[in-house]
Design a protein around this ligand. Structure first.
Ligand code: SF4
Length: 373
């Protein structure tokens, strides 16, 4: 399990190693085809901030080689904002006195139909808070059955589960799971996640092993930028990704680096990442792992998303609503966070075309699923 592997790495020592990287380390990393973790540290270090141009050229080259001029499109569907966790930075925090909504199956169906009218989406990300009695495995299995006829590729971003629950959902048509570790710094993790199942660091970080062992086709991972030193966190995530690739080699992987957005509860990030730093990180990740899918959500602004399309990003959401029932409109619900790109899917696709790229709505067919769902 990755928790045991993670214990080998000291947080402060990793931070110091990144800070000590020099221009020579960056130049060495830039001429290697297969990078190790030390090379990755060099590319995200302050020393690499004057090498963004050669990094952009390399990131562009690897992205073209592996993905062509394509951007895979997806859309989130929030099905429940009920949550027993107390994440201090989140609008769905159990403390916040907001109206809790868990969509009925009729409402899920109506959301699916509304999304299909927005654009030819085939990649659906089903998102929920963590409240096992309301939006646990039984509920999610029903949601998958309702959504399946509308979409070819179903991914969930929900509570971490047992291996046998992932297996059950895979059998019900689940293709992918996204889970954010938020931070790999165990000593402060509890400050941000004081109560609820999410407070158990080991359960969360080992969830990725359970997904891999259950045969989940694609695993998405990420850290929340705004909690801890982002450089150290993404190095830990890069170690995690390498570990998963070694152990669950049939699985595809994606990464995401969400920057904290304003949310109900008014939490202010203690760490701010600039656009330039996010660009450096995105390019460094592409150079480090040529095959990983790098996803940008509507948290990022349109112009920035457009720039990064050529430099490593390979999938994007569009037209997103971040409250349950948002596509049909449930006025009493509340957004999990504010989006920065509120263009329609057609407008986003139009811009992708204008930049010489193709918006890919479908890159998986349900007939490929082993269970024939
Ligand atoms: S981040 Fe997720 S688990 Fe935490 S309070 Fe928000 S919805 Fe719940």
């Amino acid at each position: 399990m990755f928790y045991d592997e993670l214990k080998k790495y000291d947080w402060n020592e990793t931070t110091a190693r990144i800070a000590a990287k020099t221009a020579a380390d960056v130049e060495r990393a830039l001429v290697r085809e297969h990078l190790d973790i030390d090379d990755f540290m060099a590319l995200i270090s302050p020393a690499a901030s004057s090498y963004l141009e050669p990094m952009a050229q390399l990131a562009h080259k690897y992205t073209l080689e592996r993905f062509g001029r394509t951007i895979s499109m997806y859309i989130p569907m929030y099905v429940s904002n009920a949550c027993t966790n107390h994440c201090v930075y989140c609008g769905f925090n159990h403390h916040n006195p907001l109206t809790r909504v868990t969509l009925s199956m009729e409402q899920v169906k109506a959301e699916c139909e509304a999304i299909r009218k927005l654009g030819p989406f085939e990649n659906l990300l089903i998102v929920s808070g963590e409240f096992p009695a309301l939006n646990g495995v039984d509920y999610l299995e029903k949601v998958l059955h309702v959504a399946r006829p509308y979409f070819n590729n179903l991914t969930i971003e929900v509570m971490p589960m047992k291996q046998r629950d992932y297996e059950r959902l895979v059998h019900s048509g689940l293709n992918g799971v996204v889970c954010f570790q938020e931070t790999y710094r165990e000593s402060t993790y509890g400050n941000y996640h004081p109560r609820g199942m999410k407070s158990i660091f080991e359960w969360r970080v080992n969830g990725f092993d359970r997904m891999g062992a259950a045969g989940v086709h694609k695993i998405g991972m990420g850290v929340l930028i705004g909690l801890e030193d982002w450089r150290t966190d993404v190095v830990m995530m890069a170690r995690h990704l390498r570990y998963l690739r070694r152990n669950y080699w049939k699985t595809r992987y994606s990464v995401n680096f969400p920057r904290m957005c304003p949310a109900e509860g008014g939490y202010s990030p203690s760490v701010v990442m600039t656009d330039r730093e996010l660009a450096q990180l995105t390019m460094a990740f592409r150079i480090f792992d040529h095959d990983v899918d790098i996803s940008y959500s509507t948290r990022e602004k349109p112009a920035f998303r457009a720039n990064m399309m050529k430099l490593g990003v390979t999938s994007m959401s569009a037209g997103s609503k971040t409250e349950p029932g948002g596509y049909v409109s449930t006025p009493e619900a509340l957004e999990q966070f504010e989006v920065s790109d509120d263009r329609t899917p057609a407008q986003v696709a139009q811009e992708i075309r204008a930049l010489g790229y193709e918006a890919v709505w479908k890159d998986w067919d349900k007939s490929f699923d082993d269970n024939g769902c």
